[in-house]
Design a binder for this molecule. Structure first.
Ligand code: TUI
Length: 313
């Protein structure tokens, strides 16, 4: 594959970023993706800085290639995490669940590439003006905290609204999704769910099995009433959420029910009472493979998809 603008900017071989999934995207997964030529990303989630420091040290040991850290902007530790990322000169920072505007200049000063996740054109435009390097336009097909617009609709509208490269996320797990994203004007993809079902991912076996078992309609959105919709596999917990929301509970009560539940599912393997944050594309993910095989399968299949498109000429 010829290098493209994202490969050049991030100094990677393939324009494939791994989603920064909290409790799931640890140093193990990030190093594997970076070693396979993509950009591995540690999901900082709600980690305090000392725990994140530990993950960064491991990634630096396990790969000589660039990597990233995803900062969850609603984390109570966001300030100390930002300080750590600056001190560690982390090559790439992606952000989620908010507006990273106030941190951009400090990252730029140490040459860290800043790539926020956006779920709307309005935020995309604002952040492009503030000088971010690229944007991840994430559709509502994704797992976890999502926006309200599908990947198919969001990506071309963000591409048209800004003059920086756009990376598509949400519903991408194979070469067809990759090519579709590029057809929409994206110059890279971010993949989460497919990498959960990898040998290197340290998520609990039950969590991975939940991905393999999932069908296209196995996930639901909880938290719509609070303005923070989260996509999870429907289970005991998601039904409890639904009942609590219908009873008119406020966002504090809902946050309380949600606290610690991702860890419970992803690490302890309680996929009934925990939060299994997975995208709609899980219905298509039916096997656990090593990361380099996931990457190679995508890359080698791209020319075949393009041939398909070519027959229309
Ligand atoms: O952030 C994610 N996925 C996540 S975060 C998470 S933990 C969580 N934290 C708080 C509430 C619920 C769950 C689990 N999964 N993906 C990136 C993403 N960012 N999706 C949507 C957004 C987003 C939403 C609003 C980005 C910016 C934004 O802007 C708000 C503003 O201030 O304009």
């Amino acid at each position: 594959m010829h290098k493209n603008i994202i490969c050049d900017m991030l100094n990677i071989q393939y324009p494939i970023l791994q989603g920064g999934m909290a409790w799931v995207a640890t140093a193990e997964l990030a190093a594997a993706v970076s070693n396979a030529g993509g950009l591995g990303v540690i999901g900082a989630g709600h980690m305090p800085a000392d725990a994140l420091q530990h993950e960064i040290t491991k990634v630096k040991q396990w790969t000589k290639s660039p990597f990233g850290v995803n900062v969850m902007l609603r984390s109570p530790f966001v300030k100390e995490v930002i300080e750590l990322l600056i001190n560690e000169r982390v090559p790439v920072v992606t952000t989620g669940a908010g507006n990273p505007g106030e941190y951009i200049d400090r990252f730029k000063a140490v040459n860290t590439k800043v790539i926020p996740v956006v779920a709307s054109v309005a935020l995309a435009k604002r952040l492009a003006r503030l000088g971010v390097d690229a944007l991840i336009a994430e559709g509502l097909e994704s797992g976890g905290h999502v926006g309200e617009v599908t990947t198919m609709s969001l990506v071309p509208q963000v591409v048209d609204a800004v003059n920086i490269p756009v990376i598509a996320a949400g519903g991408i797990a194979d070469a067809r999704g990759f090519v579709a994203a590029f057809a929409l004007g994206a110059q890279g993809v971010q993949i989460g769910t497919r990498f959960v079902a990898s040998s290197e991912c340290i998520a609990h076996e039950n969590y991975k099995l939940a991905v393999l078992r999932a069908k296209e309609r196995s996930t639901v959105l909880t938290g719509l009433s609070t303005g923070h919709p989260v996509r999870v596999i429907e289970n005991q917990l998601s039904r409890q959420f639904e009942l609590l929301e219908k009873s008119g509970a406020d966002s504090n009560e809902l946050d309380q029910l949600g606290a610690g539940k991702l860890r419970l599912a992803a690490r302890d393997g309680d996929i009934r009472n925990g939060s299994v944050m997975i995208g709609q594309i899980a219905g298509m993910v039916n096997d656990i493979k090593p990361v380099n095989q996931i990457m190679n399968d995508i890359i080698k299949e791209i020319p075949n998809i393009l041939k398909n498109v070519g027959c229309i000429q």
